[in-house]
Unconditional design. Structure first.
Length: 479
């Protein structure tokens, strides 16, 4: 949602003269760039456990962060007050921390971006603003969701459903006199069911999260979540732990994109490459996977959890090809890394809140569809594993090594999906896995779950992937 400029100036009780004064103070000790980030976020949450409300509430987070850059030095200070005196103290503190004259080029976007935000280009309009509704008005939706889940499977012994929402008013200003503003909504619905059968228990969780208003709470969404929670539960009770070893792995479309995000996406973030800690730091312009493969980080998908009108440095959100036709063509840049490499920012400067300085972070990361059919990729494998749900991944950015726990999958035997599997790990190396991609299906799916990235700070993201065949990964199962 994009309101008028005055709406944001009034919320934070500032005017352009005050903003210029703060920037001037920030640059007073030799810094060559200063930016100001205002945030007013209202949060709400409600949780039902077996039909009873067990927690809920509202709170507001409000404040301002001021950053000063001077070469490789960053000064950052924040205040939970936007009084002129408190903001001036922040600017002085940031200036003192970054006290170092520098000849580094300006931290711009490559060209001035002084135009006002366009409401017609908004990527997350709200038909029903979250703040217009009382908390108790959400109870019928959550109760209905619980009832729909329970009626789908008699083995359910416990159900938890929850709603979390937030609306963030953002105002940004910098020493280039670029003034940007934005209102970012987010709604997330989650459900977990515990199943019991013959003395064994299994659980299944799912979520949906979008940048939109309360209009997302529809009967169709409740039906979708209820169906997802019970989907595949029979296979979980029947699942085996297979024999481990090196073998082909087919990653299912959608949620498998978390492996792409963790094992490859982080290694494309420019701060890791600028510091030489990424395995891809010396591979710009080189082939990293087969021709025909395109990997993208995208802020422009309407309503997606990872989408942004502007990043947290006031740079317009955009669609960035990291890998084009198998060639590494771009890192993910904030203003600092863009200045270092002499390129435009890709709009990936993101922060958890006004208390943090921005870092290069992903938004919606995915691989474009290929030309193969998913069933043909599976049928080409004599012995391997098909996986469609991961969790608990660990990645070493420098080496590119990763380990992911598989929540759901199947054996592939003679080109057919056979026994369901569980309690296994997929182990590999990001660059090697990219190079070993043998087939990409035509079924790209962006997973709509409530994904959150935790690189030093938390940030909402989205991920996706088509069905992909990787020649060889290590499957950790029974020895």
């Amino acid at each position: 949602m994009i309101y008028s400029k005055q709406y944001y100036l009034d919320i934070f009780k500032v005017d352009t003269a005050t903003l210029d004064r703060l920037v001037q103070e920030g640059l007073s000790r030799g810094g060559n760039y200063c930016d100001i980030f205002f945030e007013n976020t209202s949060y709400g949450s409600l949780l039902l456990r077996d039909g009873a409300v067990t927690s809920g509430g509202n709170h507001i987070d409000y404040g301002v962060g001021i950053r000063v850059l001077a070469g490789e030095k960053t000064g950052y200070a924040y205040s939970e007050s936007t009084s002129p005196a408190d903001m001036l103290s922040c600017a002085k503190a940031a200036a003192r921390i970054a006290d170092a004259p520098s000849e580094v080029s300006p931290y711009g976007t490559g060209s001035p971006s002084r135009g006002e935000p366009n409401p017609n280009a908004d990527r997350y309009p709200m038909a029903t603003p979250w703040g217009d509704l009382r908390m108790d008005s959400f109870l019928p939706f959550l109760s209905s969701l619980e009832a729909r889940i329970r009626e789908k499977d008699r083995r359910i012994v416990k159900i938890t459903v929850s709603l979390a929402f937030q609306v963030s008013d953002i105002l940004m200003y910098n020493s280039f006199r670029e003034l940007k503003w934005d209102t970012r909504p987010m709604g997330s619905v989650s459900a977990t069911a515990v199943f019991s059968q013959n003395g064994k228990t299994e659980n299944k969780s799912t979520s949906r999260s979008f940048r939109t208003g309360a209009e997302m709470l529809s009967d169709s969404l409740a039906d979708e979540i209820a169906s997802e929670v019970v989907k595949g539960i029979d296979s979980r009770f029947e699942a085996i732990r297979p024999k481990g070893g090196k073998m082909p792995v087919v990653m299912g479309a959608g949620a498998s994109g978390i492996l792409l995000h963790e094992a490859m996406g982080h290694a494309f973030e420019a701060d890791f490459n600028r510091k030489g800690t990424s395995i891809f730091s010396d591979k710009m312009g080189q082939r990293v996977c087969s021709s025909g493969i395109n990997i993208i980080d995208d802020a422009t998908i309407p309503g997606a959890r990872g989408s942004l009108n502007y990043d947290d440095e006031g740079v317009p959100g955009q669609k960035t090809y990291m890998v084009e036709d198998g060639i590494l063509t771009s890192y993910l840049h904030d203003r600092i890394s863009a200045a270092h490499y002499g390129v435009k920012s890709t709009g990936n400067g993101r922060r958890e809140s006004f208390r943090y300085a921005p870092l290069p972070r992903m938004r919606t990361t995915y691989m474009e569809s290929g030309t193969a059919r998913a069933e043909d990729l599976v049928s080409s494998v004599k012995k391997g594993i098909y996986v469609d749900e991961f969790s608990n991944g660990q990645v070493k950015i420098g080496e590119g090594d990763f380990t992911f726990f598989v929540k759901s999958g199947f054996l592939i035997e003679n080109g057919r999906l056979t026994a369901p599997v569980k309690d296994i790990n997929i182990i590999g190396n990001g660059p090697r896995a990219l190079a070993d991609i043998e087939g990409v299906a035509d079924d790209l799916a962006i997973d709509p779950g409530a994904w959150t990235c935790g690189k030093e700070q938390s940030a909402p993201v989205s991920c996706g992937i088509p069905t992909v065949l990787i020649r060889e990964l290590t499957v950790g199962g029974v020895k």
